[in-house]
Design a protein around this ligand. Structure first.
Ligand SMILES: NC(=O)c1ccc[n+]([C@@H]2O[C@H](COP(=O)([O-])OP(=O)(O)OC[C@H]3O[C@@H](n4cnc5c(N)ncnc54)[C@H](OP(=O)(O)O)[C@@H]3O)[C@@H](O)[C@H]2O)c1
Length: 305
């Protein structure tokens, strides 16, 4: 099977963590040809095209679209937004990848899957779909590399703590005293890009990815304070209040259920975990909370004088 080098990146427009968009940029920087799959033509698609990617429009829930975008590619990054059709999209991708024949399929999953089994699941429909998706990919016999990151700095902490840090100097989350080790999607994307650039040594592996420290939210708040040069405190808010706020801003029920479960698991200490996947694959240590907040200081309301 010839590998002409063209790499497919799905979910490339990027909405929250934007792993696909960052992977696209990193692969292009390495001089590798990328086909970037987006859901629609918009400014993000135009920016991908301007950066040198071949942009294709399609729906990951439409088998004919998936067949069209995978054809001609031998390496694939598969990831998409947290959504109800995740398992269907994964199985569609697996069926197409078997039909077309790929040399490497990098699957975005979640670190919670490491703690799940038939007997031990979670109330998050997304986490259940990732667990089932990993099962289906294992049965498929495809050359899969599994990426299991913990909670994202870009996709969770930035959107969900940015406004209260900006307005009140507080991180307001129902995480109790639970420890957590958030990872930057910039690091996740670096891992994915390194694997796609040279998949051979990684085939069949599972990479768990965390940040460099597991600490409770008071520790996280201290890192925010150091980065922003002003006092940021942690307020442990009641889970029901948080859920009400998520509903008020109009998040879909499916996503809300997932976020509420993430908070429950954080509170229960289930996100107190450390893994060395970032350093092992990229040779560089994972970005810390302090470095991340410093890099995004404006979005957190700027630095104190
Ligand atoms: N957030 C976290 O803390 C966390 C932690 C660990 C793992 N994860 C996993 O990371 C993944 C999300 O990664 P991310 O944050 O990088 O994603 P993202 O930025 O939300 O981007 C995903 C892209 O998928 C596209 N998409 C959605 N449905 C599609 C469809 N039916 N057909 C084609 N494209 C579609 C979206 O397009 P539009 O923008 O046009 O809608 C979006 O740009 C999920 O698997 C999630 O479970 C997340």
């Amino acid at each position: 099977m010839a590998d002409n080098g063209l790499i497919l990146v799905t979910g490339a427009a990027g909405q929250l963590g934007a792993v696909g968009r960052t992977v696209t940029g990193l692969l292009l920087d390495r001089g590798l040809p990328v086909r970037a799959m987006v859901r629609r033509e918009d400014d993000r698609a135009a920016a991908l095209r301007a950066s040198g990617a071949e942009v294709v429009v399609g729906n990951l829930l439409e088998p004919a679209d998936v067949y069209r975008v995978v054809s001609g590619c031998r390496r694939v990054y598969f990831g998409m937004s947290v959504s109800a059709g995740y398992l269907e999209a994964t199985v569609t991708m697996a069926a197409v990848a078997r039909e077309v024949g790929v040399n490497a399929l990098v699957n975005m999953s979640q670190m919670t899957v490491s703690q799940m089994s038939i007997q031990n699941t979670t109330p998050s429909p997304q986490q259940r779909q990732h667990w089932l998706s990993e099962q289906a990919l294992a049965w498929s016999g495809l050359p899969v590399i599994t990426i299991r990151p913990t909670i994202f700095l870009e996709g969770f902490f930035l959107p969900l703590t940015g406004p209260s840090v900006r307005d009140r100097g507080r991180i307001e989350l129902p995480f109790g005293r639970g420890k957590t080790s958030p990872v930057s999607t910039a690091d996740v994307a670096r891992v994915v890009a390194a694997v796609l650039a040279d998949p051979g040594p990684h085939l069949g592996r599972i990479y768990e990815l965390t940040g460099p420290r597991s600490q409770d939210m008071r520790g996280v708040a201290r890192e925010y304070s150091e980065a922003l040069n002003r006092e940021i405190t942690y307020a442990d808010i009641p889970p029901e209040d948080w859920e009400r706020e998520l509903k008020k801003v109009g998040l879909p029920e499916y996503l809300t259920r997932h976020l509420v479960t993430m908070a429950e698991l954080n509170r229960a200490g289930r996100y107190d975990r450390m893994a060395d996947g970032v350093e092992r694959v990229t040779g560089r240590p994972a970005v810390s909370v302090r470095e991340f907040v410093s890099l995004h200081a404006n979005e957190f309301g700027g630095r104190g004088s």
